[in-house]
Design a protein around this ligand. Structure first.
Ligand SMILES: [Zn+2]
Length: 419
């Protein structure tokens, strides 16, 4: 170890600062440049601290003496993956107790998922986990999470009760019921004050209520992530009021239906879908123009609701063709009994094989698009100098076959090697 580095480490220790980690050089690796849909072979990627220090086509000079070198000829480097729909804290007292959730997070990270978006749960647990994840105190993807807003009748749902224990139903700052009498600016401020980075618009909302929440959130520049229909409000109500992202592609099919569901319980019933209907195409055109993201969550419907799955596939295909930006999310997170498996890869495979989205665009939906949607695309989602080193090393080309995303050699999160 060099003298200067020794001194710096001593100073860092004295000042209770994090130690300066050893640099790592990834030699002769092929970068999958997702933004430009190309492979860059023979690259040298220097990981310095938490970030990518340099990317060069020759071995860099002036390396620190203790730099660890990994020769990765015939290996591929992709940005860490995002799963934009998980639930990590629905019931922290039971099914989502900390040891279980931490195990799931570790499985996600070891299989290459470096960022997740939680789509409603107990924010007290989510804030605790998100802090530990961002500081590297637990092996975990970074966690972004939402505060849920729904119509008053939705708060009979037992999930909302266990996610807000200690509060009366619909009154926790992260599980808020709204009525026509609500002060919507205050509701949105309360949701934001809970520490969430977006609102999840869930269910039992009229078009008027949904638009009131969206107007208040838009004024504050606070993102709103909704179900694609928050029945009785329909997809067109959300899109015309500038929602940020919509989840569950089968719900978008309601925009082509003649009737509307009479209750939220019918939301995944078979809808006669007509993707060429002008009104439906107009909706997709608006989503594309406004950059409103669609998160299809196909995997969760595949076996359980085949009719909804079939609609979801057609809706997603039409949306992709219309230029709607797609996000990869599962609504499934991980399974503690399957340490080598993450459903996010299955979701990506479905988007490719069933919907027909080219491999590189699928990768974009799991990296660059979610980073942009979350407003963190200046630091993650791509392999660039100065970006955080959230990286996945594979021993086969994912553009040839997305199944190769399962062939993980090593994962880096904030520059730290995850073994
Ligand atoms: Zn969900």
């Amino acid at each position: 170890m060099g003298t200067i580095k020794k001194i710096l480490i001593t100073l860092a220790t004295l000042a209770h600062l994090p130690c300066i980690a050893q640099d790592t050089l990834l030699e002769n690796i092929t970068i999958v440049d997702v933004e430009h849909n190309q492979l860059l072979p023979g690259q040298f990627v220097l990981i310095h601290g938490a970030t990518i220090g340099s990317i060069t086509s020759k071995r860099p000079e002036g390396l620190a003496a203790d730099t660890q070198t990994l020769n990765l000829a015939n290996h591929y480097l992709v940005p860490g993956l995002f799963d934009m729909h998980v639930h990590l804290a629905t019931d922290p007292s039971e099914t989502d107790a900390l040891p279980i959730v931490k195990k799931k997070l570790e499985i996600l990270l070891k299989n290459g998922v470096t960022t997740v978006r939680d789509m409603a749960g107990d924010v007290r647990q989510l804030a605790y986990l998100a802090r530990q994840a961002s500081l590297g105190e637990i092996p975990s993807p970074d966690i972004h999470y939402s505060a849920l807003i729904g119509g008053a009748s939705f708060f009979d749902d037992p999930r909302t009760k266990v996610s807000s224990k200690g509060f009366s139903s619909g009154r926790a700052p992260w599980m808020l019921a709204v009525t026509p009498d609500s002060d919507f600016d205050l509701v949105v401020a309360e949701a934001r004050g809970s520490g969430a980075s977006g609102i999840k618009l869930y269910a039992d909302l009229t078009a008027e209520l949904a638009s009131s929440v969206l107007n208040s959130a838009n004024k504050l520049g606070f993102p709103v992530w909704g179900h694609a229909a928050v029945i009785p409000a329909m997809p067109q109500d959300l899109v015309s009021n500038n929602i940020t992202s919509v989840s569950h592609a089968p719900l978008l099919a309601w925009a082509s239906a003649n009737d509307t569901p009479t209750s939220g319980k019918q939301r995944y019933d078979k809808v006669e879908l007509n993707v060429s209907l002008p009104a439906f195409q107009q909706l997709l055109g608006k989503m594309a123009a406004k950059r409103i993201y669609l998160e299809p969550t196909l995997k969760v419907f595949e076996k359980r609701r085949p009719a909804a799955f079939a609609n979801g596939v057609m809706v997603t295909k039409a949306a992709f063709e219309a230029g709607v930006p797609i996000l990869v999310g599962t609504d499934l997170s991980a399974d503690i009994n399957r340490p080598a498996y993450v459903p996010v890869i299955d979701e990506m495979l479905l988007l490719h094989s069933h919907v027909g989205i080219p491999s590189n665009d699928v990768l974009m939906a799991a990296t660059i698009h979610p980073a942009r949607m979350l407003g963190i695309d200046h630091e993650v989602g791509e392999i660039k100098q100065g970006f955080r080193a959230n990286l996945l090393v594979l021993d086969a080309n994912p553009l040839e076959d997305l199944n190769n995303l399962k062939k993980v050699t090593v994962v880096f999160k904030n520059g730290k090697r995850i073994d």
